[in-house]
Design a binder for this molecule. Structure first.
Ligand SMILES: C[S@@+](CC[C@H](N)C(=O)[O-])C[C@H]1O[C@@H](n2cnc3c(N)ncnc32)[C@H](O)[C@@H]1O
Length: 221
């Protein structure tokens, strides 16, 4: 049976997404500048931890096993390596191959949420952050490190907007132009974080990292 060019393209894309992309992401996400940020954020997580977009488990070795009771790793495309990396790190790991927009966890059931280089890829980041808010205990903290929209220089900001539509299909749905701090704050968190170019002035070089706690109705502005 003859295949049409459209069928061939679909087949190539499926193979690329399943076989090539996870390897590329695993390599790109293990760069030194990215690992430096993991090292600043992840060891702070404690108690029952929800890791959103756990991927291949690159954060596993940065958790403090003395502070963490269990890590629940949520990701629709969870990689088998994640289990191995958490096992090697001696951390109790529960995998949930689900989307962050529909978490299968009860309200106020986790102490920490960890999210690294993931909000860019979640199709509905606002809904995912609402879910994180729902499952966090009132005293809980969201620890994040993400890349996103650069306010300056204008040329990079513009490039991020222009390149995103062609970048997204080859980079696992990654948006280059999300204002991470604004998204987190709009979802009802008080953000205490930093932002800036970490490594180089490129379209993926602008990072946001820090902590966010639940903003209670009484402190809402
Ligand atoms: C660039 S990778 C980062 C992986 C990992 N967080 C890290 O720091 O190495 C982005 C991850 O977001 C995950 N992701 C995409 N859509 C998601 C969703 N709706 N809910 C949760 N995770 C999602 C992808 O499967 C992928 O593992």
């Amino acid at each position: 049976m003859l295949t049409t060019p459209a069928q061939t393209l679909r087949c190539l894309k499926t193979t690329y997404d399943a076989k090539v992309l996870p390897v590329l992401i695993d390599k790109a996400c293990a760069l030194a500048s990215i690992n430096e940020q993991r090292a600043q954020i992840v060891p702070k997580a404690h108690g029952v931890v929800l890791e959103v977009g756990v991927g291949s488990g690159l954060n596993a070795r940065y958790y403090d096993s003395q502070r963490v009771e269990r890590v629940i790793g949520v990701d629709p495309y969870l990689q088998p390596k994640a289990k191995q990396r958490f096992a090697r790190a001696g951390i109790d790991f529960v995998s949930q191959p689900l989307s962050a927009e529909t978490l299968d966890l009860t309200d106020h059931s986790v102490d920490s949420v960890v999210m690294t280089f993931t909000l860019c890829s979640i199709p509905n980041p606002t809904q995912a952050l609402r879910e994180m808010r729902r499952v966090l205990k009132p005293t809980g903290t969201l620890y994040y490190a993400e890349h996103g929209l650069a306010p300056q220089p204008k040329i990079i900001r513009k490039l991020q907007h222009v390149v995103t539509p062609v970048w997204k299909p080859v980079a696992g749905g990654c948006h280059l132009d999300r204002d991470i701090e604004q998204l987190i704050a709009q979802a009802g968190f008080t953000v205490s974080g930093q932002q800036g170019f970490t490594d180089s002035v490129t379209i993926v070089g602008y990072h946001y990292w820090g902590e966010a706690t639940l903003r209670h109705h009484s402190d809402a502005k």
